[in-house]
Design a protein around this ligand. Sequence first.
Ligand SMILES: [Zn+2]
Length: 364
Amino acid sequence: MPFSEFHGNFETVHRLREMMSRDHLPHAVVLAGGRGSGKYTLSLMLAQALNCLNPPNTDGLPDFCGSCANCTRIGQACDLDARFAEAVEARENLRETDKKETRIFVQTHPDVLVIPPDPPQMMIKVDQVRRVIATIYYRPAEAKEKVYIFTDSAFMKEAANSLLKVLEEPPEFATIFLLTENSGELLPTLRSRSMTFTLAALTGEEIEKDLAKHHPEWKPAQRELVARLCDGAVGRARNFDLEAYTAARQHALVILNSALRGGEHSEPFKITESYRTGAEGREKTEGLIHTLYSLLRDLMFVDSGAPELVRNTDIATELKRMAESADFEWLTAASDRLAEVERGMRRNLLRSLSLDAFAAGLEK
Ligand SMILES: [Zn+2]
């Protein structure tokens, strides 16, 4: 996936590649931009371009092949949510004592380390920065350039201060990317030692246009739906599993509708029964929970007189009808209960059981 696959922000990408071609890419780069603006995707692409074993040249600038050993392994980190969830799950399975000392990292290449915020506080912790310090001064083993990607600017104070020391004397063979939605959240001393590039999020129309190319089989209403669900994140929109989403949403609507009407149990129970344990069931249940959240949020928007913020635009009429019986209090209670189901899933409670309890507990 070369740079031409990166949608939007052409000038910024061009500038970064130009700096790379002159060997002037700064050792610390802040990529700032809203959710879905492509900060993470771009940082991985730059990591690939820095390390590609058969680097092609496009538009007279360095690019990457996407298929050599370095490109492939670095590219495996591209689904950050999935890699992060795997790392968290691996930690969950450790012994209690080891759990406390283990920090979350995503690493698919020995010389490229992705540092996400560490749960449950979802902050970058000092132990994570210590891992950076412990490795950054050794020459890369298989890459040309070591790359560190901090995916969020929520640093604990001690962590930020430790990172500052690295930025004061970075080795010549390492590049650190700091991703942030708002560069103001970074310590001014960190910012002053980095160069900041800002990425603009794509508008819904731009994404719809892109989807028309990548998914001509989708109807315009479906493209609009996906664009809205993906918050300006074009990569996510292109890979969106519309079929799975539509199926999950159908289930979510039955559960919510029967709770709002009251008294009718057989239909939702038939649905929750189909959500089994095991990896596949887990994914399916997560999809359902995600969809339930998205519907509850939309109902909240309708209730509060902001229908223009609704994401499931293709079922706007149905949402409007549902919102008539779903008041603010009920919606808040439903969101709380859903959070409980999520917590239960993390503790591996039987999925269908906790979904049943959710459905029954919502009844008016
Ligand atoms: Zn390559």
